[in-house]
Structures are given as C-alpha cells and as structure tokens.
Design a protein around this ligand. Sequence first.
Ligand code: FUL
Length: 488
Amino acid sequence: MRSTLLAAAAAAALLTAAPAAAQMPAPVAPVPSPAQLQWQRMEFTAFVHFGPNAFTGAEWGSGLEKPAIFDPKALDARQWARTFKAAGMKGVIVTAKHHDGFCLWPTKESTHTVAASPWRGGKGDLLRELSDAAKAEGLEFGVYLSPWDRNHPQYGTPGYNDVFVRMLEDVLSNYGEIFEVWFDGANGEGPNGKRQVYDWPRFHEVVRRLQPNAVIFSDAGPGIRWIGNERGEAPITNWANFDRDRYLPGTPLSMDLPEGSALGRFYVPGECDVSIRPGWFWRASENARVKSPRRLLDLYEASVGRNCTLLLNVPPDDRGLIHENDVKALTGMRTLVDRVYSTSLVPAGATATASSTLGGETDGFRAARVLDADLDSWWAPAGEARTGSLTVALGAPVTFDRVRLQEYVALGQRVSLFEIEAEVDGRWQRIATGTTIGHTRIVATAVTTTSRVRVTIHDARGVPMIASVSLHDTSRGRDVVPADAVAH
Ligand code: FUL
C-alpha cells in the first residue's frame, strides 16, 4: 500500500515538476529514494521513550528492574497520538526496547516484557496500541530498537544476534507499515560483562526484507544519519550527501557527520533528535523543566530550517499519559510555528523575475514558481548555468526577519553558495549569505522592511532548482503565546 503510494508520489512529482516547454535538468548524484524524499518532507516527528525508566527515574535502566513496576494505569495511546497530531508532527517512533532490554510488546524472545508486568493483566501490547492510535490519527509509525541489552542472558554471545533478528522480525511483521527503524548505536556490556559484536548487515537485511519502504537510521545511515549531538541543532551548512561507507567514529571523517559533504557519494539526510525535557525518560522532578514554546521554535529553525528533520522526544509519564506541561508546550510551539511559518508574508499579488529561465518565462521553469505552495514546482536558470538570481517584487513594503528557501531535492541537492539582498532606499543591500539550502533552509536576517528581495545563487553542483522563497516574521507569534511560556 505504502509502496504503491510512494511510487505514485514519485511519478507525480516528476510530472508536475516538468513544464511542457522545457527539458528536465539531469539528476546530480546522489539522489534520494522516494521513501527518503517523503521522509524529509515529513519534517517533524515525535520520539517516545517509555518503559520501566518512567517508574524508576533512571536514564539507562540496569535490566534488573522487576517487570512488576511497569504499570501505567491510565495509559492512553490515543492521547499521545492526538497530542502529536495537534503539534503538527507527522509520525511517531517508540522505544520498543531500550538498553534495559524491556520489550514493550509480548515477544517470546525474552522474559523481560510487558507480558510479565501487571499492565493490562499481562495481556497488553504497547506496539499494537500505539500503531493503532497512530493510524487512527493519520500518523506514520516507527520503532526504536536498542541492540544493546542489559538484561538478555544471551547478550555478548553470537546467539544474541539471532535473538535480535527474531525480535526485529516480530516488530516489523505485526504492526503494519513502519516508516523508520531507529537503531541506537550504543554498545555497552551485558549481564555477562561482555559487549556484543552486532551483525549490522543482517539487521539491515531484515528491515529491507520486511519493510522495504522504511528508512533506516543509525549514526551513519544507511538511510538517515545522526546529526552528531542530542541538542536538536544541525550545523548551518548541511548536505544530505555523505560518505556513509567511510565514516569511522573518532577519526577526522567523523567530522562529516553533522555537515555531510558536498561530494558525499550517498544521499543520507540528517535527523536531529532532542528531548522536550532534560532527560529522555519522564520523571516527576523534571515536570517544571519542559522546554518553552519559544525554545522549541528555535529548535525547529535549527533542525528543519537546516535541511534536517526534527525528532522531538515527548516521554509519557508513569500514568501512561503525556504530561499536561508537555501538552501545553507543544500547543504553544504549534501556535508559534503556524503563526510564523504556515504562511509567507509575500503578498498574493507579488511578482518574481529571474536573471534567466530554463525553457523561458512563458512556459518554462518560470520564476513565479518559487511563490506557489507546490514543492514540485521550481525555477531553474537557462542553459547549464550554476548561478542565477531571482527578484521578488512585493508590491508594498513588507517587514520580516526570516527568509525560507527550499530546493527541489528529488534530483539531488545542489546549491552551495547563495546571497540574499533587500532594496533599501533604492539600493540593494546584502542581508544574508549562506552555503547550503537543501529541502528547507531558514535564514535569520536583521528585521528588514523592503518592497524587493533578491536571491542570488553564486554556486551549485548543477543547475539550481529553487522550489520556494518565502518571508517570515518571528515577532508574529509572540502575542499568542503567554509571556511565561515564552521565557527560556
Ligand atoms: C542514546 C541512548 O543512550 C539514550 O538513552 C537515548 O535513547 C538516545 C536517543 O540515544 O544513544
């Protein structure tokens, strides 16, 4: 089902992208798979850390916790899914198994599972409840699985890789379509004091076999890479291109993890994971330390606004509910993101012109295509040019402090150097310069009032293909979020 949808979406994207009069620019490798492209366009996803740690206050459970402590009496996965949906998130990824080894589904592969807990009389299956709730709310469903297991008696022996493979098979066969599989790279010691040598090629093969459209996250991919920190912030220069096969932690090549590299041979976009609270798991002592809506907007700009996705962890509490303070923060964040980013301040009557246009301005890849809301409709300069500029005439002065640029990345990420100018008192003045754009780049500028904005691409890896130019003002949200929630 999802595969048919993905294939149809890819074909439609190419069709809508090509005006009759012009030839499509050639792809510039590496290009995303349809699943990666769809994943990038999701932009914002919920991460859910839940398990015995919500009852003990631990960050890393020892694996010795008694399953009897896992008893979230009011657990309501629909409340989680409704909260995420209302926040503007497009999917949810749950810790099916964290380092403590406790499985949130009743697998035969372990005795340390929900089946041994009092929750739902030992008949519960959290993956079932959450995948159903996600489906009901129209959210994609994904799973986090830690190969590091501090409980399993076989961890640290070759037999454990078979156990982990069977666990993966369980999780990937029984809960419908999985959009992302999140492999935690942690590799500590197990109950016998040994570390496991993980069989990654085999783990990946299971995912490809059972969920061919799922994207695989781990530090260096293969589908999605870690951005290198747990603060939710990507570097300003950000390539989806990345040499995942050469990545080695602790060597100079690991420097490529945050930024990617222009010449990277694989398309492996970055994901920014961060918690809404100081810890990954809920604890009562952090109820007053939930990040403010304003801080969450900053994180949105530092992740989604830098060609990455934002994977925001919202851990349920020991009742099995998303705590009121987290709900409030997410509601405030949604209001801010909507106020600032759901519409562009470029007025409907604005016009766009370009230094040149592939296929001509009448029915080619016209400049005005950067002003429509369709990401599959983009401007490109004529010939094989790797440079060019777009001028947007606003018709009347507009005040803004953010410019959002978007590339059409289906045929490869291209732009490596750009400049933004505003016409002030009859003279063009530079208000920002930047390197990469990618799927989305949000550029902060000084508060600027102008009737004309010019975006110049100074260098790119191929013909630049610009899908969108929009203007935004972060002061627009301030009046709708209470002052106490804004402070951070
Ligand atoms: C890390 C883990 O050790 C943390 O507990 C958390 O799950 C984070 C997302 O990944 O590797």
